[in-house]
Design a protein around this ligand. Sequence first.
Ligand SMILES: [Zn+2]
Length: 440
Amino acid sequence: MTTYWCERAWVGPAELVEGLVVEVTGTHIASTDRSHTAPVGSRRLVGLTIPGFANCHSHAFHRALRGRTQAASGGSFWTWREAMYDVADRMDPDNYYALALATYEEMALTGVTAVGEFHYLHHGPGGVPYDEPNVMGRALIAAARSAGIRVALLDACYLSSGFGSPPEGTQRRFADVSADDWADRVTDLSGGLGESTVVVGRAIHSVRAVPRPDLATVAAALPNAPLHVHLSEQVAENEDCLEHYGCTPTRLLGDAGVLGPRTTAVHATHLESDDITALGRAQCFADLCPTTERDLADGVGPARLLAEAGAGLTLGTDSHAVIDMFDEMRAVELDARLVSQRRGHWSADDLLTAATTTGHRSLGFHDGGRIAAGAWADLVTLDTSSPRTAGTGAGPESVVFAATPADITSIVASGRLLRPEPDAVGSRLRVAVEAIWSSR
Ligand SMILES: [Zn+2]
């Protein structure tokens, strides 16, 4: 048992507690108790303590692209995708592990204690399966374990370069032979892991990559696991879907039985009003990744309308153009202000709930993202007197609209005090990224 004393803690919307004793047994919080003084022998967490962030959408290997796709010549999502394929082609189980470890350590430094890794780089060069078909997924799981954060490995079915056409080039590394082969491989991965800090979930890469007849196969595999899908990130996807199937991607997924309370629609940027209604009615999650969506010029999704329809908002750093959940949170409100020329779409409590409690539910860590008895013991403490946070009130508004990862002074994840050394993490990132770019 470890006893922490939080000088101040955010334990939920409109619940800011002055002085909270948190007893931790193993990976979970055993009890909480209010006290204005720190018990003898407790670890003092001075400042404001919040639950850990759930980063619900990550492609760890995209970290190698940071700062390298920002040329003044511009380009589009589709030209960026070519650069991403170039990195994908250089990856093997060893450099995948090294890059993912350093990336997850960077995440831990920013207060992320659980990540949803949307994993589609499965096979070797040319699409030849490795002797151990899940070696790449297992590398990601091992990396998260080493970094000290939990992972929901969302293994993505990918069968087509677009609406039934066979995978081409690098895409062959993503593709299984059939949806049944994908299901067998993922079922094998999920069996025997036996780690509470790991969830194996499902993903549909997109309606481009999984043809209509195969969607139901994905929905039927591991039926109690989370199911994530890239949805309508680009207008072109909607147009192609309309041309091939005569409906929107959301409608296609709904008709195939993909939408439900375990489903997360990632991006959900370009939606019709019927799509919004369908996602809300099915109690899906909508995972926005504003820093990536702005980087790729995707657009601004209808987050408020989705929430009003019944969808749960979650957040992710996706391509890791930056890893900063504070930025993701405030971007949801600030982008909505730019679009609407109005303020006040989301409260700081709403956005902090999205980044913590709701995010964990979407990853299958149902007892995460709260500071309460029975919850995962994730405690992220912020300095409330830094140059950024001093004088801001030390409440949720301070966290969402003023703080940055540099204000984090202590990280407890799954009951473990993490001590990632920023200089060492930076060094590991540099070595891992440079090794990938010099591999040919
Ligand atoms: Zn993605």
